[in-house]
Write a protein that binds this ligand. Structure first.
Ligand SMILES: Nc1nc2c(ncn2[C@@H]2O[C@H](COP(=O)(O)OP(=O)(O)OP(=O)(O)O)[C@@H](O)[C@H]2O)c(=O)[nH]1
Length: 638
């Protein structure tokens, strides 16, 4: 268990920790000279059950609240210190408010310096403290009157802390490792050391870990847990890590040391924020604030999400945009102070570290935040899934929530898709809705373009499910094909009832049309000419040719002019030759080698551009290296 002191300057925090543990945590020369705490101080005390109590002593100076916050982020138990002579003072209030906003649920009050006052004063200040606590979540904390000077009351307080510490449940270690760095220094002969509180998981000597937000990989060469050499450190302990492969100057207070899977720098996050009732005014859009999260401290801007301003005492959804990325995960507590760093404004909990910069205030997004605010992970996932049209990237969510086992068990009525290196989960209802959108889209397409077999898969996705990640689209299509609800012919997707098969009478006409094309492949007749030769309606010939086009038997190069695939293949070969020999096809060269007229040569090249075989750059048509037709021998004709 980690105990953190809190309280107004000079109220006796450091003296109390020394009386309790024998350790003087004011180590700095300047601290000694001025008699105040400037940096965080640390002390440890072994318990009979083998556990170790950790103490973090924080400064009480009003200008050092940011240091107090760096220490307070990792504590389990609040030791609120109030001097009996002074009574309640500004930082008594502010530190208490911070502890409440950080969600601290355990604590005790030390009423110090009782050697300086009489019993009536002790009773009066005790009553003030009880009244102060009564309105908040820490109501009813025990109050211990003590004197660090003569030792009165120290023993009962120490016994109380030992009893609570012994009964304190060790934190669960199922998440991945993360430690909030509050100090970094070099030790002669050992190299770079960082210390901090382990927020989650476990670390062992030899582990490879990551600096966040920097991203550098480092190895844990050695470690201390609760001030003792150890092979491993775990959630809830203070640890010192000896890191190999990094300079001290590359690390600063506020960084995190994390499992490499958690090395996600956060540029903005959405959160639930409670504005303190004592905040001086409502928070408006883009208010600049000091953001304290873990041991980190950043300037940040605040965006209101569910209304335009947040009034004192209110709770709402906000987005925070720090000036530089930081480390944060779902559920992390944070504190906001005003831009001048004079007052604590409020505090909250991180809900989404992958928060969108756009469309962040839509009703759909607010519904998502409501789901994210749900404290229980399985229920939270289920509620998120209900709204996730395209499903959820489960790997990403497991990292963002630091919950490596979210998928066991998977919520009922869900589908897990593993594809393209991604694991996505969707409700069956969402899956069916996606299937319907594709099938309905195709049905409509068939009505509008009856002469076309259907779009290819890439076009179908862009058209009807543009926001569905491609790795999910493929299994969706495959599933529909397997069930017979969809057909794939060549590259084209279509409904099974839609095909371009011709009736025997139409087939007879089609064959006569094709033989006319075969008779003059380089200069095929126009639709008008074919109709005249065969004595059929122009519209009938046009429609038949388009349906043959849908089957890939002819290609329309310009309106009403159709070429056979094998003819186009000859042209493809010419273009490939020109690409090899002259870095692309110019209209004049292409005309000379094919014997086409100039205008037709250009039309063919433009057709190739449309097919994606070539790309025009000024007057040259270059072969696209990614086109299947770029490879020698590949043909358009089946
Ligand atoms: N008489 C008396 N003096 C005390 C007691 N506790 C602390 N003091 C004195 O009060 C002064 C401040 O004590 P500290 O322990 O440094 O106070 P602090 O709260 O740690 O101060 P900051 O960390 O700077 O906020 C020192 O001169 C202490 O000797 C006490 O129980 N009785």
């Amino acid at each position: 268990m980690i105990i953190g002191t809190a309280g107004h300057i000079d109220h006796g925090k450091t003296a109390l920790v020394q009386a309790l543990t024998g350790v003087d945590t004011d180590r700095l020369k300047e601290e000694k000279a001025r008699g105040i705490t400037i940096e965080l101080g640390y002390a440890y005390q072994p318990l009979p059950n083998g556990e170790v109590l950790g103490f973090i002593d924080v400064p009480g100076h009003e200008r050092l609240v940011h240091t107090m916050l760096a220490g307070a982020a990792g504590i389990d138990f609040l030791l609120l210190v109030v001097a009996a002579d002074d009574g309640l003072m500004p930082q008594t209030h502010e530190h208490l408010r911070i502890a409440e906003l950080l969600g601290l649920a355990r604590g005790a009050v030390a009423l110090t310096k009782i050697d300086r006052v009489d019993a009536d004063r002790v009773a009066a200040v005790s009553a003030d403290i009880a009244a102060l606590l009564a309105t908040g979540p820490l109501a009813g904390l025990p109050i211990f009157p003590v004197s660090a000077l003569d030792g009165t009351g120290i023993e009962p307080l120490r016994r109380h802390l030992h009893t609570v510490g012994t009964a304190f449940p060790p934190r669960a270690t199922q998440g991945r490792f993360r430690l909030a760095v509050d100090r970094c220094f070099t030790l002669h002969g050992a190299g770079t050391l960082v210390t901090g509180t382990v927020f989650a998981g476990e670390v062992r000597v030899g582990d490879e870990v990551c600096l966040l937000p920097g991203g550098q990989r480092v190895r844990v060469r050695g470690l201390h847990a609760q001030n003792r050499p150890a092979e491993r450190g775990r959630a809830g302990q203070r640890c010192a890590l000896n890191l190999a492969g990094i300079d001290k100057d590359a690390i600063a207070r506020g960084d995190w040391i994390v499992d490499p899977a958690l090395a996600l720098p956060v540029e903005r996050f959405d959160a639930c924020l409670t504005l303190s009732p004592q905040a001086p005014r409502p928070l408006r859009q883009w208010t600049p604030v000091h953001l304290h999260l873990g041991a980190a401290h950043r300037m940040a801007h605040l965006v209101r999400l569910d209304s335009d301003q947040l009034a004192p005492g209110e709770r709402g959804w906000v987005q925070l945009v720090p000036e530089r990325p930081l480390g944060a995960l779902y559920g992390d507590r944070f504190i906001l102070r005003d831009a001048e760093a004079r007052q604590t404004l409020g505090g909250g909990r991180v809900l989404d570290i992958r928060a969108p910069a756009r469309r962040r205030r839509t009703p759909e997004r607010l519904a998502e935040l409501a789901a994210l605010a749900c404290p229980e992970p399985a229920e939270r996932l289920a509620r998120l899934l209900e709204q996730a049209e395209f499903g959820i990237d489960l790997d990403e969510l497991e990292r963002a929530w630091n919950q490596p086992d979210l998928r066991t068990p998977l919520p009922a009525d869900c589908r897990l898709i593993r594809s393209g290196g991604e694991t996505r989960v969707l409700t069956l209802a969402a899956w069916e809705a996606l299937e319907r959108r594709l099938l309905d889209g195709l049905a409509e397409h068939h009505v509008q373009s009856p002469d076309e077999l259907g779009p290819d898969a890439a076009r179908a996705r862009r058209r009807w499910l543009p926001r569905l990640p491609p790795p999910v689209f493929e299994p969706l299509v495959a599933g529909l094909i397997e069930r017979g609800a969809l057909k794939r012919t060549g590259a084209w997707l279509h409904r099974p009832e839609h095909d371009l098969r011709l009736t025997p009478a139409e087939q007879a006409v089609a064959e006569r049309i094709l033989s006319l094309l075969h008779a003059s492949p380089l200069e095929p007749p126009w639709v008008r000419d074919i109709a005249r030769t065969l004595e059929r309606e122009e519209s009938e010939v046009r429609q038949l040719l388009r349906r043959l086009g849908g089957q890939g038997q002819v290609f329309q190069v310009v309106r009403d002019l159709f070429f056979l695939p094998e003819t186009l293949d000859q042209f493809v070969e010419v273009v490939r030759d020109l690409e090899r020999e002259q870095d692309g096809a110019r209209a004049a060269d292409f005309r000379d080698r094919t014997g086409l007229g100039r205008k037709r040569a250009i039309q063919i090249l433009e057709h190739f551009d449309r097919l994606g075989f070539t790309r025009r750059l000024k007057d040259v048509h270059r072969v696209r290296p990614d086109s299947p037709l770029a490879a020698p021998g590949v043909k358009i004709a089946p």
